[in-house]
Design a protein around this ligand. Structure first.
Ligand SMILES: [Ca+2]
Length: 103
């Protein structure tokens, strides 16, 4: 169980420079982390979506999103039809509405 949690943390750090900064014992993301963050934001959403879609049905419920600060914080914005679930299509439409640098 612990190993599983650690693996999840490692995957989370791989897509979240804020988590890496925290691991370094720093509260702030380094400037060098920021461009990568901007470029990989869309990818981060897609990877998080896949990671937290626990039953692998391609739909993210609020319950499933609860494990991800990123997904939970944006859940309402991503849930375009307010169905309390986010489809992959909704995720892509949400990402398309972001600045080009985020995709
Ligand atoms: Ca699901």
């Amino acid at each position: 169980m612990l190993g599983h949690r650690r693996k999840k943390e490692e995957r989370h750090e791989a897509i979240d420079p804020g988590a890496r900064a925290a691991r370094r014992g720093e509260r702030r993301i380094r400037a060098a982390d920021a461009p990568e963050f901007a470029q990989r934001l869309g990818q981060s959403y897609r990877e998080s979506f896949a990671l937290y879609d626990a039953n692998r049905d391609g739909v993210l419920t609020r319950e499933e999103a609860r494990g991800s600060n990123l997904l939970l914080a944006q859940f309402h914005e991503m849930d375009l039809d307010r169905s309390s679930a986010v489809t992959r299509a909704e995720l892509e439409r949400f990402l398309e509405a972001m600045p080009p640098s985020a995709r």
